[in-house]
Design a protein around this ligand. Structure first.
Ligand code: ZN
Ligand code: ZN
Length: 218
C-alpha cells in the first residue's frame, strides 16, 4: 500500500535508534514508522552506516556503540525477532509488523481497556524507561489528555486526527514535548487508532543531545 506520510520522525530520534540508545518503547515507534515510511528508512540507513563506521574505528578501545543492540535493532527492522518465536504476521493489516510482534497478532489480538468516553487503550510491554500504548479514539471524538510529560510521539495506524495546526493520517507521527498544548480530534469518518510512546519524566532529557554529540564528533 502506498503511504502518503507527511509527518516524520526527527533526525535525533533516528540517530538514537541507530546508536542503540533509545528506550524500548521508542525503538518500537521507530521500527513501526520505518516499516511504513521509505523516507525515514532511508535516513535511518544513512545514520546506521555512519554508526557502523564508528563501531569499526572504536572496536579496539572504547566501545561507543553496543553491537548487540544494533543487531537487535536491525532484526527489529528486518522483522524477525532474534531469539523468540513470533506469531505469523497478517498482511495489509492495521498493525504494522513490528507492532504485531508486540501484540501477538493484529487488532483482534489487542486487549483494550476502556478509559472513558469511548476511548480505549492497551499498554504494550516494554522496558520501564518509557511506555508504549495503543489508543482507540471513536470517530469525531477528542483525544484524552495524553500528557506531554517529556517527549511523546503519536503515530496514526487507522483513521486520522486533526489539531489546531495539522492533520495526521496513517503513518504520520506527531512529535510533542511538554511545551506542546493542543486538542487533537479524531477524524469523523473512521475510528482512530494510534501508537503512542512517551518517556518517563526527566529520563530522556539530555539523552538525545548526548547521542547526537557522538555522531557530530566524527
Ligand atoms: Zn517517515
Ligand atoms: Zn499531543
Amino acid at each position: 500500500m502506498k503511504q502518503n506520510i507527511k509527518h516524520h520522525l526527527t533526525d535525533s530520534i533516528l540517530m538514537g535508534y541507530a546508536s542503540g540508545g533509545l528506550p524500548e518503547a521508542f525503538n518500537l515507534m521507530v521500527a513501526t514508522h520505518v516499516s511504513l515510511c521509505d523516507e525515514c528508512r532511508a535516513r535511518l540507513e544513512g545514520f546506521e552506516a555512519v554508526g557502523g563506521e564508528m563501531l569499526d574505528q572504536t572496536a579496539s578501545n572504547e566501545v561507543v556503540m553496543d553491537a548487540g543492540s544494533l543487531a537487535a535493532t536491525m532484526s527489529l527492522i528486518a522483522g524477525g525477532a532474534s531469539d523468540e518465536i513470533r506469531m505469523p504476521r497478517v498482511r495489509s493489516s492495521v498493525l504494522p509488523g513490528p507492532l504485531q510482534d508486540y501484540v501477538g497478532g493484529d487488532l483482534d489480538a489487542v486487549q483494550w481497556r476502556a478509559v472513558g468516553m469511548g476511548v480505549k487503550q492497551a499498554i504494550l510491554p516494554t522496558s520501564k524507561d518509557a511506555s508504549a500504548r495503543l489508543l482507540f479514539i471513536p470517530a469525531g471524538a477528542a483525544m484524552p489528555d495524553h500528557g506531554h510529560h517529556g517527549l511523546e510521539m503519536t503515530m496514526v495506524l487507522q483513521g486520522a486526527f486533526q489539531d489546531e495546526d495539522d492533520y495526521f493520517a496513517r503513518g504520520d507521527v506527531e512529535v510533542a514535548d511538554s511545551d506542546t498544548h493542543h486538542t487533537p480530534v479524531a477524524d469523523i469518518h473512521e475510528d482512530c487508532i494510534c501508537l503512542a510512546v512517551t518517556d518517563a519524566p526527566l529520563q530522556f532529557q539530555g539523552l538525545l543531545p548526548k547521542i547526537a554529540q557522538r555522531f557530530a564528533r566524527i
